[in-house]
Design a protein around this ligand. Structure first.
Ligand SMILES: NC(=O)c1ccc[n+]([C@@H]2O[C@H](COP(=O)([O-])OP(=O)(O)OC[C@H]3O[C@@H](n4cnc5c(N)ncnc54)[C@H](O)[C@@H]3O)[C@@H](O)[C@H]2O)c1
Length: 255
């Protein structure tokens, strides 16, 4: 088992890639704190983990709220006594996030609050526990849009994911001497509710995205989670500060 005896906090684990991650981390021996702002969704993930013999506990948390995030980390320590992996996966991509010209300020702020402040807060409360044991892996989920401009813009989302990459590098440099590694995953379009709920209503946007991908398809949650498993495990002991792109080749496609 690749994560035997480890304790992982996975945010946004009530759905999409986070739920897949909770199931696969538990199957590899991790005890998993399933964090989501949708209580029923978190409970359902935990039910699925336990149904196959895994160990998990749900926690309802809005990762943009400091008191919630502190309570999430406190709960992980109280319940399992340690924290090995922080998987900052929760993120939002609202439909009314377009260009800077027409994105409302409230939408911009909401995206930043979840996608950037959420990562900051989780790191703020998790890192001291990791430093104490001189061991930990932080996995921050960014996106390939942090690297590329897009003629169908989502400027708040794009800026938020760029911030995640920059913060990842800073944490990697600060805390590796104290045993804590930090890396970012930059997925391309993946078949999860976050993307599919949106593309199902916009066939043109869907075809545009498929046409850009040399593999001719969207990614599958399992394919991204496989990379997260590597980062969570000791196999990646010397991987630190990396921005790992997993996008089927979109970001290297000129024509
Ligand atoms: N799906 C894609 O194509 C894609 C591509 C690149 C990056 N990403 C990133 O991957 C991550 C996971 O995306 P997904 O596609 O699985 O999304 P999803 O929408 O399917 O799942 C996200 C989960 O996060 C939870 N969540 C939302 N706001 C929250 C908050 N404030 N506090 C706690 N939980 C919250 C949701 O309830 C949901 O369970 C996100 O950070 C997303 O930006 C996704």
């Amino acid at each position: 088992m690749r994560l035997k005896d480890k304790v992982s906090v996975i945010t946004g684990a009530g759905g999409g890639m986070g739920r897949v991650a909770a199931l696969r981390f538990a199957a590899e021996g991790s005890r998993v704190v399933v964090a989501d702002n949708q209580a029923a969704a978190a409970e359902e993930t935990v039910r699925q983990v336990r149904a196959v013999g895994g160990e998990a506990v749900p926690v309802t948390v809005d990762i943009s709220k400091e008191a919630d995030v502190k309570a999430m980390i406190d709960m992980a320590i109280r319940k399992y006594g340690r924290l090995d992996v922080l998987y900052n996966n929760a993120g939002i991509m609202p439909e009314d996030d377009h260009s800077v010209l027409d994105t409302p300020v409230e939408v911009w702020d909401a995206v930043m609050a979840v996608n950037v402040r959420g990562v900051y807060l989780a790191c703020k409360y998790a890192i001291p526990h990791m430093v104490e044991r001189h061991s930990g892996s932080i996995i921050n989920v960014s996106s390939f849009v942090a690297l590329l401009g897009c003629s169908v813009p989502q400027d708040a989302y794009t800026a938020s994911k760029g911030a995640v990459v920059a913060l990842t590098r800073s944490l990697a440099v600060q805390f590796a001497p104290q045993g804590v590694r930090t890396n970012a995953i930059l997925p391309g379009p993946v078949e999860t509710p976050l993307l599919m709920d949106w593309l199902v209503k916009d066939e043109k946007a869907k075809q545009l995205r498929l046409a850009r991908n040399p593999t001719g398809r969207f990614g599958k949650p399992d394919e991204v989670v496989s990379l997260a498993l590597y980062l969570a495990s000791d196999e990646s002991a010397w991987t630190n500060g990396a921005s790992l792109v997993i996008d089927g080749g979109i970001s290297v496609n000129y024509f």
